[in-house]
Design a protein around this ligand. Structure first.
Ligand SMILES: [Ca+2]
Length: 169
């Protein structure tokens, strides 16, 4: 069954936090998630790596804490098996190691030091979950991005500029 899947990019609803994050990451988005319609529940749901773990919530609930920056569909891809595979990790902890690694890496890269990314295929930060989904579905535009070392802004830049991604307006 083909699923109605889209990729969401957002910023925190708290304006100050949003500004701080966009300063650090140099992007207007600091979070990314996967949206899909579940026909058995008749609900639009969001799958995301959040501070409390990898979870599914309703789209309505997601909008309460997120200011949507952009949403993209990839009409030429079938995400059903990729989504199923990713969903088998619902409930796993958030990958704090990667989160702190990213901050440290950003600082150290300014002085020319490169860290080796943390490798944990079953624990995610938000961008890692989205990236793994896109890669499993065979989207070539993201194939060179590191699963554990990419921030939402980098995926957003690709989505804006690659014809496989169609913005939902
Ligand atoms: Ca990981």
């Amino acid at each position: 069954m083909e699923l109605d899947v889209s990729i969401l990019f957002s910023a925190p609803k708290v304006p100050m936090m949003s500004r701080v994050i966009s300063k650090i990451t140099n992007s207007k988005t600091s979070h990314t998630a996967i949206s899909f319609f579940d026909s058995s529940l008749n609900q639009r749901l969001v799958l995301e790596a959040w501070w409390f773990g990898f979870r599914v919530i309703t789209y309505e609930h997601w909008l309460k804490v997120n200011r949507k920056v952009a949403e993209f569909k990839l009409p030429s891809y079938d995400f059903s098996s990729a989504l199923e595979e990713l969903a088998s990790n619902i409930g796993t902890d958030y990958e704090y190691k990667t989160f702190f690694w990213a901050g440290l890496d950003a600082l150290l890269s300014r002085v020319g030091v490169q860290l080796k990314p943390v490798q944990t295929p079953d624990k995610y930060i938000c961008s890692e979950a989205v990236l793994r989904l896109l890669k499993m579905a065979g989207v070539p535009a993201v194939s060179r991005l590191e699963n554990e070392a990419t921030d939402p802004g980098e995926i957003y830049e690709i989505a804006k500029n690659n014809p496989d991604f169609v913005e939902v307006l």
